[in-house]
Design a protein around this ligand. Structure first.
Ligand code: ZN
Length: 54
């Protein structure tokens, strides 16, 4: 069920759709987002806190 992010190789946009511009998008690997990990950590904490508040 996880929201996988795909990238369209035709237009270069990131999308949640598996098809864009009439062709299949490519799944982005989590490793590609390693660069943002320090920010991702904050994001995860923020999300967790948000969940706890609900
Ligand atoms: Zn596209």
């Amino acid at each position: 069920m996880g929201n996988k992010i795909f990238k369209c190789v035709a237009c270069g946009k990131y999308t949640l759709e598996q098809v864009c511009c009439g062709q299949k998008t490519v799944g982005t690997k989590p490793a590609k987002f390693r660069v943002d990990d320090k920010y991702g950590d904050y994001r995860r904490r923020g999300r967790k806190r948000a969940v706890e508040l609900v």
